[in-house]
Design a protein around this ligand. Structure first.
Ligand code: DC
Length: 226
């Protein structure tokens, strides 16, 4: 292990894993602001890969090319106030990144081992002083197994569908609640049953069910654990 490796492993990490719509994104951003730490939205990396795959029209069966797309992503994140602007090949893709179809494709390519390994180092590079709050599916199990605090945030599929419905509606997307519910269930199943880095709590994770909790209550619960 080099001196810089040990310096990096000294940087504290808090991981927040869980299914889509559990409130991870909001909680991670709030925690990072509260602590003055960096944050990693690992789902955004899978979504950016999905957009690059669509743009390059790579078929889902061509795993090697999918891995190459993930390894060669030209991406950047900027913050503008409380918003994050995401760039792919110099183009602002912040809106299309959040489309439901982008999330569905991200979940499909996330089952592919070469795609996951191409994104592993990129995710670990976010570990910078004074600390990192990392949001995803495998942050505590695979990417940062030595994290100081691991949270697994979950909520019923029904409530997650309702939250997502509200979010998308506010953004002006035309959405159907029943369809969203089915898509969330299908995505959960795909994320949980894949053979590489399936969505599951780390053995040392604290599980928080946000079904009946407000964001403030979840936030305060996590702060009390830090
Ligand atoms: O959190 P999200 O909805 O932005 O993630 C989109 C998809 O990316 C999700 O369905 C599965 C995949 N993903 C993953 O496999 N591992 C992560 N650490 C983050 C996201």
């Amino acid at each position: 292990m080099s001196a810089s490796d040990s310096a990096v492993s000294d940087v504290p990490v808090i991981t927040v894993d869980g299914p889509g719509g559990s409130g991870k994104g909001t909680i991670t951003t709030r925690l990072a602001n509260h602590l003055g730490w960096h944050f990693l939205d690992s789902g955004a990396l899978y979504r950016l890969t999905a957009l690059a795959v669509m743009k390059n029209q790579v078929p889902l069966e061509d795993e090697n090319s999918l891995g190459e797309v993930a390894a060669n992503l030209d991406i950047r994140f900027d913050t503008s106030g409380s918003d994050v602007i995401s760039w792919l090949d110099g183009e602002n893709v912040s809106d299309s990144l959040r489309f439901e179809e982008t999330g569905v494709l991200a979940s499909k390519i996330a089952v592919i081992a070469v795609v996951r390994s191409a994104l592993t180092e990129r995710q670990r590079r976010f570990r910078q002083p004074p600390g990192l709050v990392a949001d995803g599916r495998d942050m505590g199990t695979v990417i940062f197994p030595d994290a100081k605090l691991k949270i697994f945030l979950t909520a019923s599929a029904q409530i997650r569908a309702e939250r997502r419905y509200k979010q998308l509606k506010e953004k002006g997307e035309s959405v159907n609640l029943a369809r969203l519910f089915r898509e969330i269930q299908a995505r959960d199943l795909r994320d949980q049953s894949r053979s590489v880095a399936p969505l599951r709590p780390a053995e040392d994770a604290v599980i928080i069910d946000s079904t009946g909790l407000s964001i403030d209550e979840v936030f305060n619960k996590i702060v009390s654990l830090i």
